[in-house]
Design a binder for this molecule. Structure first.
Ligand code: ATP
Ligand code: MG
Length: 146
């Protein structure tokens, strides 16, 4: 039985697609949906690649957290809009893949639903480094959404 689904979100289109899939699965099982954003200092360029937020080059931790909360709030709104009620969100700091895998174990998630790509700009790659590492290291079922 799948009772808890972890969906790591980074604000990218592909992460949005994974979220849609995770919300659908959570409603069908039904299962609780846990949203996670991981802040890491090297995200400055990623955020600039989005071209939507005007933030200074030296992003302090607070700005990263602010961005993370925005991403989480938006994801929550999307999920609630689809009618999902059993939902949690969390922001953690660290290396994204390791933090996602550890968090999944901490909360005893039955499944991770993750985007194949994220905010990185190497569009020739089929999978980003985070999704690749999470799929490899996760101790539970991991669905990579393309
Ligand atoms: N900081 C993060 N917090 C939460 N989820 C994340 C984070 N980074 C990536 N993810 C998740 O991993 C998925 C794949 O992103 P990934 O970072 O692997 O691809 P990328 O950005 O295209 O490549 P790379 O980061 O290796 O340049 C995203 O769709 C999202 O679901
Ligand atoms: Mg990335």
């Amino acid at each position: 039985m799948v009772k808890k689904i972890l969906c790591p979100v980074d604000g990218s289109d592909q992460s949005g697609k994974a979220l849609e899939f995770a919300v659908d699965l959570a409603q069908r099982y039904p299962a609780r949906l846990e949203l996670l954003f991981v802040t890491q200092p090297l995200m400055t360029e990623d955020i600039f690649a989005m071209g939507t937020l005007a933030i200074p080059v030296d992003l302090p931790q607070e700005d990263l957290e602010q961005y993370g909360h925005k991403v989480l709030d938006k994801a929550e709104a999307i999920a609630r809009n689809q009618g999902l009620r059993d939902l949690g969100k969390s922001l953690r700091q660290g290396e994204p893949a390791t933090t996602i895998v550890d968090y999944a174990a901490d909360i005893d998630a039955d499944m991770i639903v993750i985007g194949s790509r994220g905010l990185g700009d190497l569009s020739s790659l089929l999978m980003g480094s985070v999704s690749h590492k999470v799929a490899h290291d996760a101790n539970c079922t991991c669905v990579t959404v393309k």
